[in-house]
Ligand binder design. Structure first.
Ligand code: ATP
Length: 219
């Protein structure tokens, strides 16, 4: 679904590229982990896949079409959903309002369907009463579940997650990764997770390490 063709990237104020000659394919229905030492460029790589920045050379194809041709704004809105370490929910809204807003902004097929949003939240253990509370009154684990449900409710087929369990305890970590796995297995999405936690990486179908400017598959 995503094809990385010979990309390189560097920041202008740095001497060396973070990565170069990168060729990778990410498929639908699979989860991927990207690991690597701090500062190796994992978040930067995710930002390129998510269309938040452009590679210096090479190109990224989504369903066979260069994302530049699709248009980065359109690609980000329609095709990509992002899960952040810090949840990135609208903090002045309830969980339910967050979902309704995300569906409306992205023009999701369930846009406007309140009952659907409530049902989806129930699936991850957030009852209707909790769903109507301001998200700041929810625990970190609950907020991240809302963020993952947000990606479930939107039609985007590509889900990228940057350290999605960085602020969570072991039990919540397992639950969030299982939910992300389920997005790949049940909804046929392509899930790419950056993590520094080996346990999280091992739960994914495919693991890559970013090392010496290259991505190497871990057996
Ligand atoms: N906007 C920027 N301008 C210049 N350099 C940057 C910028 N953003 C990141 N960097 C540098 O690029 C390198 C890669 O950063 P990046 O955040 O992609 O790494 P990472 O592997 O995700 O690290 P971590 O695991 O610590 O989150 C780092 O040396 C960082 O300081």
């Amino acid at each position: 679904m995503i094809e990385i063709k010979d990309i390189a990237y560097w920041y202008e104020n740095k001497d060396n590229p973070l990565f170069e000659n990168v060729n990778l394919v990410f498929e639908k229905g699979k989860s991927y982990a990207i690991v690597g030492r701090s500062g190796s460029g994992k978040t930067t790589f995710l930002s390129l896949i998510a269309g938040l920045d452009k590679p210096k050379s090479g190109e990224i194809l989504y369903e066979g079409e260069a994302i530049n041709r699709i248009g980065l704004t359109r690609y980000r809105n329609k095709d990509v959903s992002i899960v952040f370490q810090s949840y990135n929910l609208f903090t002045y809204m309830s969980a339910l309002e967050n979902l309704m807003t995300a569906m409306a902004i992205t023009g999701a097929s369930h846009s406007g369907d309140r009952e659907y949003a409530i049902e989806m939240l129930k699936k991850v253990g957030i009852d209707e009463e909790t769903a109507k509370k301001n998200v700041q009154h929810l625990s970190g684990g609950q907020q991240q579940r809302v963020a993952v449900v947000r990606t479930m409710c939107c039609d985007a087929l590509l889900v990228v997650a940057d350290e999605p369990t960085g602020n969570l305890d072991e039990a919540n970590t397992k639950e969030i990764i299982e939910l992300l796995q389920d997005l790949a297995k049940s909804q046929g999405k392509c899930v790419i997770i950056v993590t520094h936690e080996p346990d999280v990486a091992q739960m994914c179908d495919v693991q890559y390490v970013l090392k010496d400017r290259q991505f190497q598959m871990i057996d």
